[in-house]
Design a binder for this molecule. Sequence first.
Ligand SMILES: [Cu+2]
Length: 392
Amino acid sequence: MDSPLPGAGVPASILVACWLAPRAGWGQTVAPADDGALECPALDPRGPAADPDLYCIELIHAPDFPGASGYVELTPADSPFGAAVTIDGHHRFHLALQLAGLPDPAGLGDYSGYVAWATTPRLRPVLNLGRVANGRTAVGPIDLDKFLVLVTAESDPDAPAWEGRIVLRGTSAGMRMEPEDLLALTGMVGGAALPPPARGWRRPPMHPSVAMMPGVGRLTPPADPFLPSAAEPLPPARPREIVRLGDGGTLDLEAGLVERTIDGRTFTMYGFNGQYPGPLIHVPQDATITVNVTNRLSLPTAVHWHGIRLENRFDGVPGLTQDPIEPGETFQYRIHFPDAGLYWYHPHHREDVQQDLGLYGNLQVEAADPAYFGPANREQVLMLDDLLVDAA
Ligand SMILES: [Cu+2]
C-alpha cells in the first residue's frame, strides 16, 4: 500500500476504498500450461492478487503462430478514490504483457520487433503501447472501457497503427457481450469482403456519415424474414386505451392481427386488443393483477413485463421462464408491482417481427407516495418506435 496512513491527511474511508479496490500486485510465478503456453495465473484465495477473470486478459495466438502465448495483467492506475477513472469516467489501467514463444521477427519478413496495441471494438482510437518481447513488459496506462489488445510484428515500432502480422490478440472482460467471432468479423483475422446477407435479408440503409459498427455488417440473423398476411380483411388498429386496474384486477390481452396505414399504404401488422400501441395498463403501486394473454398470431409468443420485479415464472421469456404461448393458447400471468414508475411490456419471441409490428404497450405504476413524481399540469405517455418501410 503506497498511500499515506490514516491520520496522515487522507480520510480513513478513502483508504478503506483503496484497500478494497483490486489493485494489488501480481506476485505469482508464472505457471505454464501443460503444453508450455502461458495462461492467466489462477487466483490464490490467500493472496492479494485481483481476480484474474476480470483483471487478466488471455492472449490467443493467430493460427499461424501456434507456439506464441501470453496474457495481460490489468492493474488500475493509482487513484486517491479507489476507482481509477478519467475525468469523463473511463477506467484507467496499467497493462503488463507476459509473453512467450514469439519467434524471431526477422524470420517472418521485414520486421524489426513486436509492438503491443490497444483499441476499442470500433477499432479507433488505435493506441501504440510500444515494443514488447518475450518475458514481461509493462505498458500504459490506457483509458478504454472495452478494448482489444494485439501483438503484431512491425518494421516501424512507432507506427500509429499496426501494419504487420497479428501474432496474439485478446479482449478485455468488458467485451464479453460482443459477438464471439468479432475479430474474424472485423476482417482483422482472415477477413474478406462483406458477404451478402443470407436467407433473403437485406441490410438496412445507413446514413453516409454513420458507419455500421465493425462486425455487425457481417451478421445475419439466425431466422428467416417474416411478414404476416391475413386471409380476411382486418379491422384498422385503434389508438391505445388506458386500462385502470386496482389490486386484484384482471385484463384479457389478445395478440392479433390489425391493419395499419402508414404513409398512405396499408400493412398487415400486430396489436394487443386491436390497439397500437397496446393498452396502457395503469395500476397503483403494490397492486397484483392477472393478465390472460391469448395468442391469435401464427407464431408462438409470450409477454415480458419489462423492468417489473416479479415472480420468475411470470417474466415472459419463452424457453427460459415459460413455454411459448402457441397460436390459439392462453397463458395467465400474475403480476405484482412493487415499484412505482413507467414500464413497458412486449414479447420476447421473434422480437424483430413481433415488437416491430406493434406488440408493445406501457405500464404505469402510480406511486403510493403522492410526492414520488414531480408535480405536472398534464401527463401524457408517449411511445416512440421507428420503422423502416420499403419503397416497393
Ligand atoms: Cu424488454
